[in-house]
Design a protein around this ligand. Structure first.
Ligand code: ADP
Ligand code: MG
Length: 269
């Protein structure tokens, strides 16, 4: 990581927005057809938040994730990450920044079939320049966090959907990012497995302050986020924070007294 990148992260304290998008427009021009996928989206995401994004197919959810994470460039508007306009990064700096600071989870897991679970998790570490020895140690720690060390030597084809998604989450966590972007993370899972994956992400948020953005079609998933942003036709239609009593999942309804005040301050401001 360069000095610029690490100082950039130090600037972002708990009260600062991790992601600030202002009037973001994105137009795809395919030659024949011009699609205005984002028509002026402004969105701030605080460190430690879980934001759910919902909306009909084609309304621009994936485009928004790609633009906010710097995977794709915007047509106009500003995207700031940790207070820094990403247009100030070179392509190389942005790629390195994403590799260190962002994790990605997809509906179809996107694990490489020829690699074992462990090797899949090691990959982003190796790509970001970590030694192979260190990558192994950190990948195992990450797999332990999702509870699947026994499956580390298996290939994705031998695993259930839920296990694959856990490995994908372990891969997203391996570089210890600030934010994980999850595009339909439970879209291919049955409801029980889906809830296990959501519980895992909720735990990671509580224990490590990890910020999550979940694109989802499922209200039972979205209601467990701290905040729900709904999109329609390239615009944000509604953006609301949940009150503690509606967003706290059943298992959390009676936290120990000592943690209650802290819990509500952290999550629902
Ligand atoms: P969602 O994720 O909400 O289903 P998308 O962000 O994928 O929506 O797409 C928003 C709009 O942009 C759609 O009309 C889609 O067809 C269009 N679009 C998305 N990606 C591209 C692309 N690479 N080239 C052209 N059009 C695209
Ligand atoms: Mg999409």
């Amino acid at each position: 990581m360069t000095a610029k990148q690490s100082s950039l992260l130090e600037q972002a304290d708990a009260r600062e927005s991790l992601i600030e998008a202002t009037e973001v427009h994105k137009t795809y021009d395919t030659g024949k057809l011009t699609v205005q996928a984002l028509k002026g989206v402004s969105l701030h995401i605080q460190r430690g938040e879980i934001v759910a994004i919902m909306g009909p197919s084609g309304c621009g959810k994936t485009t928004l994730l790609n633009c906010l994470s710097g995977l794709d460039s915007v047509s106009s508007g500003i995207v700031q990450i940790a207070g820094q306009d990403i247009r100030g990064f070179s392509d190389r700096e942005l790629t390195a920044f994403r590799a260190h600071e962002m994790g990605f989870v997809f509906q179809t897991y996107n694990l490489l079939p020829v690699l074992t679970g462990l090797e899949n998790v090691e990959l982003p570490l190796l790509v970001s320049g970590v030694s192979s020895r260190e990558a192994r140690v950190r990948a195992r720690a990450s797999i332990e966090r999702v509870g699947l060390l026994d499956w580390a030597r298996h290939r994705p084809a031998e695993m259930s959907g839920g296990q694959r998604q856990r490995f994908a989450i372990a891969r997203a966590l391996a570089t210890m990012p600030s934010i994980v972007w999850a595009d339909e993370p439970t879209g291919a899972l049955d409801s029980t497995t889906s809830q296990e994956i959501i519980d895992l992400m909720l735990d990671l948020n509580r224990e490590h302050g990890l910020t999550f953005v979940w694109v989802t079609h499922a209200m039972e998933v979205a209601r467990q986020a701290h905040r729900l942003v709904t999109m329609r036709d390239g615009l944000i239609e509604n953006d609301r924070s949940f009150k503690a009593e509606t967003s706290v999942p059943l298992a959390m309804e009676t936290p120990p007294l000592s943690s209650r005040g802290q819990e509500s301050r952290q999550s629902y401001d």
